[in-house]
Design a protein. Structure first.
Length: 65
């Protein structure tokens, strides 16, 4: 198997804020996440916006019994 190196298009390289590895069969998928620099919203703030948008759209939560 060949390994592909991806290059960054940003001016400064930085370490990812979060890294997740998922195993699918014999393969491992690695996902790196970056948060916007200088952002002031917390994860709780972002989740509240998602919940408010879903409530406004009339979506109902699907919970398992």
């Amino acid at each position: 198997m060949t390994e592909t190196k991806q290059t960054s298009t940003t001016k400064t390289d930085r370490r990812p804020d979060c890294v997740t590895e998922i195993r699918m069969g014999n393969s491992v998928l690695t996902v790196s996440g970056f948060f916007k620099q200088g952002a002031t919203d917390t994860a709780a703030d972002k989740m509240m916006k998602v919940l408010e948008a879903e409530a406004a759209a009339g979506h109902k939560a699907q919970l398992s019994p």
